[in-house]
Design a protein around this ligand. Structure first.
Ligand SMILES: NC(=O)c1ccc[n+]([C@@H]2O[C@H](COP(=O)([O-])OP(=O)(O)OC[C@H]3O[C@@H](n4cnc5c(N)ncnc54)[C@H](OP(=O)(O)O)[C@@H]3O)[C@@H](O)[C@H]2O)c1
Length: 316
C-alpha cells in the first residue's frame, strides 16, 4: 500500500484545524494522515488528537525553526493564524511569513492558507464610512490575512487561498449568540441590516479543506470561498426560534453602536460586520455554498447544524 501523505495542520487544537484533523482521521481511504501542530503537546486537546490517530508535534508560529521541523517530510500544510489571541495584525503577517518560509524549505506540494479579504481594496483608508484602526487597517483581522497572501506566492509555495465564513460555533463560544435583553427576551444583536451573512459549521471547513488537498493541483494558485448558507440575521433568528422552541429576535444596531460595545475587538468586529453589510454582493459572491457542497456533499445548513448543536448554545 502506498504510504500516506502527511498534512501538517496548524491550529489543530482549534476550530478550523481541528475540523481538518477530524476530517482526515475519519476518512482512512483519503491517502492522507494528520500531523497536528501545537505549542502545548501535553494539553487535553492535543492528547485527544493523538487518541484520534494524529501525530502530535510541537511548533510555535513565532519560531521559524520549530515550523521547519514540523513541516519536514510532509506533503502539505493547513496554515492559519489566530488574531484573537494577540489582536496584532503585524504578528499575523510575521507568522504567515514564517509558515511560507518553512513550507518552501520543506518543499511542500500543497499549502492551504486560511485567509480573508484585505478589505482596504474596497474601503481604502481615505473612505471614512468606518474608522481606520491601528493607523492602517479597516478590518485588521481580515486585512492582515489578505495582505499576507502574497507572502506565500512570493515564496513560491503552491498555495490555495481559502476564504472561510462566520462559524455558527461562534454562537456557542464567541459571545455572539442569542442573549436575554432587559425584557427577558432572547435576541441576536448584529449591525447587519437586512443583508445576508455567510455562515458555516467548523467541521465543514475541515471537510472542504481535505477535499481541496485531495483534488490538489487544480486548486493551486486559486482562491476558494466556502459557506454552508447565506442568511439574514432575521432569518437566523427565525430558524433559532423554531429550533430552540422559544422566541429569538433580531436586535439590529448600527455599526457605530456595535463598535462602541467596548469588548476587546469590538471596533474590529463592528467594521467587519459593516464590510459584510455594505459589500454583501462581494462577500457573499466570494463564498458560494454550491462550491462548498461540491467539495463536501455532506455540507450542513444552519437548520441541520442546529439539530446537533442547539443544546450547546448558552442562553443567558
Ligand atoms: N470565528 C469565525 O467565525 C472565523 C471565521 C473566519 C476566520 N476566522 C479566523 O480564524 C482564526 C482562528 O482560527 P480558529 O478559530 O480555528 O482558532 P481557535 O479555535 O481560536 O484556536 C487557535 C489555534 O491556533 C493555534 N495557535 C495560535 N497561536 C499559535 C502559535 N503561536 N503557534 C502555534 N499555534 C498557534 C492554537 O494552538 P495551541 O494553542 O494548541 O498551540 C489553536 O489550535 C482567527 O484568526 C480568525 O480571524 C474566524
Amino acid at each position: 500500500m502506498a504510504e500516506k501523505k502527511i498534512i501538517a495542520v496548524v491550529g489543530a487544537t482549534g476550530a478550523q484545524g481541528g475540523g481538518l484533523v477530524r476530517a482526515i482521521v475519519s476518512d482512512p481511504s483519503s491517502g492522507f494522515t494528520a500531523r497536528a501542530l501545537t505549542r502545548k503537546v501535553d494539553s487535553d486537546k492535543a492528547k485527544e488528537l493523538a487518541k484520534l490517530g494524529a501525530q502530535v508535534v510541537a511548533a510555535d508560529l513565532d519560531d521559524l525553526e520549530s515550523l521547519k521541523r514540523a513541516f519536514a517530510g510532509a506533503y502539505g500544510a493547513f496554515c492559519i493564524t489566530n488574531f484573537w489571541e494577540h489582536f496584532s495584525p503585524e504578528k499575523e503577517i510575521a507568522q504567515a511569513k514564517n509558515m511560507a518560509q518553512a513550507a518552501k524549505q520543506a518543499n511542500l506540494q500543497h499549502v492551504i492558507w486560511s485567509t480573508l479579504e484585505d478589505t482596504r481594496r474596497w474601503v481604502p483608508l481615505s473612505d471614512h464610512r468606518m474608522p481606520t484602526l491601528m493607523g492602517k487597517y479597516k478590518v485588521a483581522h481580515f486585512d492582515a490575512k489578505g495582505e499576507a497572501d502574497k507572502l506565500f506566492t512570493e515564496a513560491g509555495v503552491p498555495t490555495t487561498f481559502l476564504l472561510t465564513s462566520f462559524y455558527w460555533e461562534n454562537l456557542i463560544y464567541f459571545g455572539v449568540g442569542p442573549k436575554k435583553g432587559p425584557d427577558g427576551k432572547l435576541a441576536l444583536t448584529y449591525p447587519m441590516g437586512d443583508k445576508k451573512l455567510p455562515g458555516i459549521a467548523v467541521d465543514d471547513i475541515g471537510k472542504c479543506a481535505l477535499a481541496i488537498f485531495k483534488k490538489g493541483r487544480e486548486f493551486i494558485g486559486k482562491t476558494v470561498g466556502i459557506a454552508g448558507e447565506h442568511l439574514t440575521i432575521a432569518r437566523m433568528a427565525a430558524i433559532l426560534t423554531k429550533a430552540l422552541g422559544q422566541e429569538v429576535r433580531y436586535h439590529e444596531v448600527s455599526p457605530d453602536a456595535y463598535r462602541q460595545f467596548g469588548f476587546p475587538g469590538a471596533e474590529d468586529m463592528g467594521n467587519m460586520f459593516q464590510f459584510k453589510r455594505d459589500f454583501e454582493d462581494v462577500f457573499c459572491g466570494a463564498r458560494n455554498p454550491a462550491v462548498a457542497r461540491e467539495l463536501n456533499p455532506s455540507l450542513q445548513n444552519f437548520e441541520t447544524w442546529l439539530v446537533a448543536n442547539k443544546n450547546r448554545i448558552p442562553l443567558t
